[in-house]
Design a protein around this ligand. Sequence first.
Ligand SMILES: C[S@@+](CC[C@H](N)C(=O)[O-])C[C@H]1O[C@@H](n2cnc3c(N)ncnc32)[C@H](O)[C@@H]1O
Length: 205
Amino acid sequence: MGLEQLEAMVHETVTAGEPFEYGADRAEMDYLSSLAARPGTRLICEVGFNAGFSSWAFLSGSPSVIVYSFDLAGYAYSSAAKEHIDELFPERHNLIRGDSHVTITEFAKQNPDLRFDVVFVDGDHSPEGARADLADLRPMTTPETVVVMDDIMPWLWYGEGPTTAWQEAVDAGLIAHRSFFQDGDPVEKIEPPASRAWAEGFYPR
Ligand SMILES: C[S@@+](CC[C@H](N)C(=O)[O-])C[C@H]1O[C@@H](n2cnc3c(N)ncnc32)[C@H](O)[C@@H]1O
């Protein structure tokens, strides 16, 4: 439902020569939808809305989930995607615009009792940025929250930061690692080539 329209908008953006950041592909979207469909999942947080693909995957995965996205939302296509997502999934999506290194902590202070069932980290891909997002989200989680770090592909420039941040968080005991995924399949170790790869874990207490 409606994914083709998001893809058409992206196609127009790219052919018009505007900068575009890619997001989840079909295999990753299927995985994100499956997280949303897990029994008891209601509140989902993502850092990185971009063109709305991961939001679409979560929202189409279950009719009862609500998604909170944190994004700079500096691209014109992000605003167009937000409008489209709101038409498709009325009152089920919230976009918190601005730098996640400020907005997540502010949002947590304003919502001290809110706990997410899933958090998906796919925003600032620098090591320090991904590290900060992981740490700043922790107060809004429980040990049952599923945390996913996208782009565990250290051989790509945008994969180094998330990979480093995830490994450091695991080593420090902030995150308990559960599984890696490569192009939709659970794997022990991620190895090139891969179109998409990510890690799943939880915040132990
Ligand atoms: C790879 S895209 C996200 C893709 C999306 N999750 C999907 O799968 O469709 C990364 C996004 O992170 C956002 N971003 C980068 N740095 C950020 C920051 N410091 N605060 C908030 N958003 C940021 C960018 O604006 C961009 O939209």
